[in-house]
Unconditional design. Structure first.
Length: 345
């Protein structure tokens, strides 16, 4: 049986080999009629592109790596889901690369990754999305990259984030409007930009409603369940005890809820509890957690899509367009559940 090649497809469809290649790589500069003609030829000839040959032909690996360091498994899963959706749509593969390194060790690790995997690009998720040394290193190496949930918006970067500061403001304001004035806050990991954003939103809501900020009501967490449990131990034994707790993510909030229940405190009657992210645990526990739905999948999907577009522009020699900045901010959504209510009078 004769082997079907890209030349065979081009001849069958009556187009050039370059046009077939453009369709294979989902490039935009092909008319709908021509694209349909080539796709029909793929189907009728039962043509399956060889990814190795495709990569060699364009000096590409068609691999994008997603770099992360986050203790929340659900957050990581949602990151991967969004990135995989974009990669699948555009014929790329996704390499998941967890990393706990910092400083020069991080840069050495990424350089080795680039050498061994021939990556076409990198997706930087928190805390790496705002890691100045890493960003400078990738620019020096001329490696395309996109950032997810970055606070710093540079003139020449792809950055997709949600409005965490506003989301934290809305959660805090909700608690205030319910009648709470003593609202405890649990911070996230200090290396993550979201930590500062959410803390700023909390403080802005207090200030806007004329409520004095109390340092005694703020605990340091790191986005893990265990750090939430440690923070809850301190907060729930304060005298006087706050009437509400806002944790910077749902796992820490869930730990506070468990600790409160173990102390025979009723949620939300004795203490209201809110989280952030709308992780699965927020709706699987009782009472369900009031939280902020962060569009993690959509952020990562958009970041990867635009990264692939930049990579393809580089292949086509469109250097000017490749340098165009892309900075997208998606809105977070407040979700009210049973864990919050007015304080008992």
């Amino acid at each position: 049986m004769k082997k079907i090649t890209i030349n065979s497809v081009a001849s069958y469809a009556g187009v050039s080999k370059k046009t077939v290649s453009r369709v294979l790589n989902n490039e935009p500069n092909v008319s709908d009629v021509t694209r349909e003609k080539v796709l029909k030829a793929f189907k009728e000839l039962d043509y399956t592109p060889n990814p190795i040959a495709r990569g060699l032909a364009r000096n590409r690996s068609f691999i994008i790596a997603c770099l992360y360091d986050n203790p929340s498994k659900s957050y990581i899963t949602r990151l991967q889901s969004g990135a995989l959706a974009a990669c699948h749509q555009h014929g790329f593969n996704l390499l998941i690369h967890p990393c706990e390194l910092r400083g020069q060790a991080l840069l050495d690790n990424i350089e080795q990754l680039l050498q061994t995997s021939r990556l076409d690009g990198l997706v930087l998720t928190p805390p790496f999305s705002d890691h100045g040394e890493l960003v400078a290193f990738l620019r020096q190496k001329k490696v395309p990259f996109a950032r997810v949930a970055s606070v710093k918006l540079d003139d020449d970067s792809i950055s997709v984030r949600s409005n965490d500061e506003q989301g934290a403001f809305e959660i805090t304001e909700l608690l205030i409007k319910l009648g709470h004035k003593d609202i405890a806050f649990i911070k996230g990991h200090p290396d993550h930009s979201a930590t500062e954003q959410r803390f700023n939103g909390y403080r802005r809501a207090l200030a806007q409603h004329g409520i004095e900020y109390q340092e005694r009501l703020v605990e340091e967490g790191n986005f893990s369940y265990h750090s939430g449990a440690d923070s809850a131990e301190t907060i729930l034994h304060l005298n006087p005890r706050p009437t509400a707790v806002f944790a910077s993510n749902d796992y820490m909030a869930a730990a506070v809820l468990k600790a409160a229940t173990q102390m025979n405190l009723k949620v939300p009657d004795d203490i209201a509890i809110a989280g952030f992210d709308n992780a699965p645990i927020a709706r699987h526990i009782w009472p369900g957690l009031t939280t902020i739905a962060q569009p993690v999948e959509e952020m990562t999907r958009l970041a990867v899509e635009h990264l692939i577009e930049q990579i393809n522009q580089g292949d086509n020699g469109d250097e000017e367009q490749q340098k165009e900045p892309l900075q997208i901010t998606l809105e977070a959504k407040l979700i009210c559940r049973e864990s919050t209510a007015a304080p008992k009078s």
